[in-house]
Design a protein around this ligand. Structure first.
Ligand code: SAH
Length: 346
């Protein structure tokens, strides 16, 4: 038995054709799964009884098990989700002014070993399947539906949860196809989907060729020395290599790459850092998201003062770099950037 949520619509069409079933049925099945949110093939009433039985014999549909839900004072909700093998991941539903953003995970744990990140402390366990990535989105839409909120209000996805999405490339790409499958799937506009990476350069370039989604790069430092210390991936793909790939990254004319820059007190928050950042990003179509470090028990890094953060921002703005300070949400429930850990830690 296979999980039908592992299949893109094209995969399913091929599967159907191999059984002499008309491939357009894949679209009907997708609408049942993703728009009408049905979990049983027998409910797919515009399919013949025989086809419904064939599907039920070959596939299953499931949901992730919600083991725990935490709600922040700002309305951000964190879901602790149990996978079929007992592993856990987290996803975060963030209310914005007129829509929701879902922050999804791509791996159980992470192999990147970034010094500041809590997920890294648990090490790498495994990649998520396509179905496990997709289910985070499908289940969040269902969650809103059950609360009488229009599920399409969930319009934005960021791959900024646990894991390095580009280290799970094959499944990421299939999941992105389903998420943005306009007429039949989850119907997200690719403009509202962002993949964030620590800087796996070859896969990053490939993402630009394979999809239209937004790219975010976790930069976090302005010298190779410091970046290699904070993010070991920098030893494989150092700043000149990473930034050159950003400069030629395939994207729509008006798009920009988002550079995430965690501000850590006394580490990367000086005026010199800000000036170097401006210089590094000058040749790139870039915008900067400053993220004041979210403190957690497993790291000694500290968040700079409010003034230090706004001074840093001002230096970028004064030199015409597009930049914002990202407002942290859900930090009281450890749902903010870099605070996700699920049940990995000893
Ligand atoms: N692996 C991907 C996506 C997950 S991390 C990546 O590296 O981009 C998502 C973002 O959270 C990254 O920009 C990372 O730099 C940031 N982050 C990690 N730990 C953090 C912390 N403690 N405080 C603030 N941001 C953090």
């Amino acid at each position: 038995m296979e999980n039908i949520l592992d299949f893109t619509r094209d995969d399913l069409a091929v599967w159907l054709e191999s059984r002499d079933i008309r491939p357009f049925r894949a679209g009907q099945i997708f609408k049942w799964l993703y728009i009408r949110q049905v979990d049983a093939f027998e409910q797919m009433t515009d399919l013949s009884k025989a086809l419904r039985k064939t599907l039920a014999d070959c596939f299953f549909v499931n949901r992730l098990i919600l083991d725990e839900r935490q709600v922040s004072v700002d309305g951000t909700e964190k879901f602790l989700l149990r996978l079929a093998d007992g592993q856990h991941i987290e996803s975060v539903l963030i209310p914005e002014k007129d829509h929701f953003t879902l922050c999804v995970s791509s791996q159980v744990g992470c192999a990147q070993a970034c010094q500041f990140c809590l997920t890294a402390k648990g090490g790498f366990v495994r990649n998520l399947s396509v179905a496990e990535i997709i289910s985070q989105v499908r289940d969040a839409r269902y969650y809103l539906l059950e609360k009488d909120v229009d599920p399409l209000k969930l319009s934005n996805i960021v791959f900024m949860g646990m894991g390095e999405p580009l280290a799970n490339y094959k499944n990421l790409i299939k999941a992105l196809f389903i998420i943005t499958d306009s007429d039949y799937g989850l119907k997200f506009s690719s403009r509202r989907v962002t993949v964030s990476t620590s800087g796996l350069v070859p896969k990053m370039t490939q993402l630009g060729l394979d999809t239209d989604v937004n790219l975010a790069v976790s930069l976090n430092a302005t010298t190779d020395e410091m970046r290699s210390e904070l993010m070991p991936i920098n030893k494989t793909y150092p700043l000149p290599v990473l930034l050159a790939a950003c400069q030629t990254f395939a994207m729509k004319p008006r798009n920009k790459i988002t550079f995430e820059y965690i501000l850590m007190k006394g580490v990367n928050d000086t005026r010199t850092d800000a000036l170097r950042l401006v210089k590094l990003l000058l040749p790139i179509k870039a915008k900067v998201n400053l993220i004041p470090f979210n403190e957690h028990g497993r790291s000694d890094f500290k968040r700079p003062s409010k003034n230090a953060v706004s001074d840093f921002l001002q230096i970028l703005l004064d030199r015409n770099l597009t930049a914002i300070t990202r407002k942290s949400k859900g930090d009281d429930i450890l749902a903010a950037c870099g605070q996700l850990k699920a049940k990995l830690l000893p």
